[in-house]
Design a protein around this ligand. Structure first.
Ligand code: C2E
Ligand code: MG
Ligand code: MG
Length: 553
């Protein structure tokens, strides 16, 4: 390993000179030899070496351990200790500074070099995936940018963030989450044809420097390819998992003067992909950046939205195939933002979850929907079941089951008129707790539906263990069902399984006659989607209900 700079802190000058000679002969350069802790900190600040060799026992005010701690925390420079002898207490202190190596004097030259090599490698590599970390990325990227300056090509810099990794961590455990990260790292590292550098930054974020391209479209093609590679099924500890990624791309020259700026702008573009639901790439566009400067303002708005009554519940009709009539309604929350107009729940529900606001918001939706359904009953409208979505985060609330029964009591709605929609992730998170809550709810007469079935870590086995009343097939399977053989096969299998266990099947997102006909033919029980109606505000839904419309199916 050559051209790395090393600072030697050793108050025994003969030893210091000896080490210096040996390191120089191996191609290192020495930024200095100093004798005290104070000098060590000063010299590190001035010359920014790649590594510091630090004698533990130094004369003077500041001993080696204190100096090392400061150098590590202020400049993120790795430290390797040298010591002749250390008592228990010193060793404990040494350990507390998370050293990158420890060598006992007298040492063999060979040992010193190996220790330095390991320390430099560790310092610049991520210990989970063994990919370069941010420090090495910075070096490599600026090298790439320098050498490409003269060429007419562009260098795409990509930030890739795995979607929903926190959900994998919280539902399946961090071990599985780590395995997923390693698999993704491996897949990216294997794309040597198009990728020049892959580094791991924070938790689920990777930085990728692509090989130079002639046109933006070439970068787009590679990006799509990377999305596909990440999205392929992976087997982790025996189960099949799917992850997707959000990517942001900046191009040099144009989107930044140096590596830092390119990374920052790629990050902004990635964030934009994430906000659009993930599994996407976006190029950096300067005007998008301004949107996200407002993220904090947005969060503040969301915090106040409940107080200011900016939320509204819409109702999407659910039609029973047997009768062609409305049998239920799914309550879907909308945010009427004073400036932005109607904001989609796909955008603010995750934000509310992150901010810890989902519990009060969820309760508000549940209460509003139950109260409204009861009011329609009192008005004498046709009977209706109301479905309310629960997010996994709400399940973390200790008294959730009690709150649900309190709300039913307060609004006076019969439990059989309420259906709670839960997702697979929620159940996997803590199957025991979920099973317990289900039993309580089912004993009360509340119905339980599993939402977006098939999109998560689809396991056809747990409906067998847990008492659901209904399965909602996700709209991604319903799409083009009449032509897409795979979607058709999955849907038919889900319907058969559900019926064999006495569960009702609800298909979501039905948009056209062909999809509808397919589902009617295959004995699906209930249908919802834009073919019938979008989710409607309260008065319009009431009017539809009043009309007692009967669809010819
Ligand atoms: P979801 O529970 O799966 O709701 C179905 C989504 O599909 C709704 O989106 C609905 O408007 C949309 N949809 C219905 N028919 C069609 C169709 O024919 N074609 C297409 N393309 N889309 C259709 P929406 O209202 O934007 O809600 C998105 C998600 O936000 C919901 O998915 C649900 O997971 C969540 N959400 C909505 N309201 C609440 C709530 O009160 N609490 C919680 N925890 N989540 C909610
Ligand atoms: Mg739903
Ligand atoms: Mg759904």
């Amino acid at each position: 390993m050559s051209n790395k700079k090393i600072l030697i802190v050793e108050d025994e000058s003969i030893i210091a000179e000896d080490i210096s000679d040996s390191l120089i002969s191996r191609g290192y350069s020495i930024t200095g030899i100093v004798y005290s802790g104070e000098e060590a900190i000063e010299s590190a600040a001035e010359f920014r070496p790649d590594l510091v060799l630090m004698d533990v026992n130094l004369q003077g005010e500041i001993d080696g351990i204190t100096a090392a701690e400061e150098i590590r925390s202020r400049f993120q420079i790795p430290v390797v200790y040298l010591t002749a002898y250390a008592d228990e207490n010193t060793l404990r202190r040494v350990n507390a500074t998370k050293p990158f190596g420890y060598i006992v004097k007298p040492f063999e030259e060979k040992n010193l070099h190996t220790t330095i090599q390991i320390a430099l490698h560790r310092h610049q590599h991520d210990c989970l995936t063994n990919l370069p970390n941010r420090s090495l990325l910075r070096e490599q990227l600026s090298l790439v940018l320098d050498t490409q300056k003269e060429l007419p090509a562009m260098i795409p810099v990509v930030i890739l963030s795995l979607d929903r990794i926190n959900r994998i961590n919280s539902t399946l455990g961090h071990d599985i989450g780590d395995c997923v990260l390693c698999k993704v790292a491996e897949r990216l590292s294997n794309c040597t044809e198009n990728i020049n550098i892959v580094a791991r930054l924070e938790s689920a974020e990777f930085a990728i420097v692509l090989e130079p391209v002639a046109e933006k479209q070439d970068a787009a093609k590679i990006a799509r390819n990377i999305l596909d590679i990440v999205a392929q099924a992976m087997i982790v500890k025996g189960s099949e998992l799917y992850v997707t990624a959000s990517m942001g791309i900046s191009l040099s020259p144009g989107d930044g003067n140096d590596g830092e700026e390119l990374l920052k702008n790629a990050y902004t573009a990635m964030y934009n992909s994430q906000q659009q639901g993930g599994n996407k790439y976006q190029f950096y566009a300067a005007k998008v950046a301004n949107n996200y400067i407002n993220k904090f303002t947005q969060e503040t708005c969301l915090r106040n939205a409940l107080k200011r009554s900016e939320f509204e519940v819409y109702y999407e009709p659910q039609i029973e195939i047997k009768t062609g009539r409305i049998i239920g309604a799914e309550a879907l929350v909308r945010w009427n933002h004073p400036k932005r107009g109607r904001v989609s729940p796909a955008e603010f529900i995750p934000m509310a979850e992150e901010m810890g606001l989902i519990a009060p918001l969820g309760e508000w939706v549940l209460e509003t929907a139950c109260r409204q359904t009861k009011a329609w009953q009192i008005e004498g409208l046709p009977p209706l079941r109301v479905s309310v979505n629960l997010s996994a985060r709400q399940f973390e609330q200790k008294n959730l089951t009690e709150r649900v029964s309190e709300i039913l009591r307060e609004t006076n709605l019969a439990p059989k008129c309420l259906q709670l929609e839960l997702t697979e992730g929620l159940i996997l998170q803590d199957e025991k707790a979920a099973a317990l809550a289900f039993t309580v709810w089912r004993d009360m007469g509340i119905q339980i539906a599993i939402d977006d079935f098939g999109t998560g870590y689809a396991s056809l086995s747990y409906p067998k263990r847990l008492p659901f009343d209904a399965i909602k097939i996700d709209k991604s399977f319903i799409r083009d069902i009449a032509d897409d053989r795979q979607n058709a096969a999955i849907t038919v299998a889900i319907i058969q399984m559900a019926h064999s266990m006495n569960m009702t099947v609800i298909a979501e997102g039905v948009e056209n006659q062909r999809e509808l006909a397919f589902l009617c033919d295959r004995d699906c029980d209930e249908i919802q989607g834009h073919f019938f109606s979008q989710a409607l505000p309260k008065p319009e839904f009431a009017a539809l209900l009043k009309s007692d419309k009967c669809w010819k199916l």
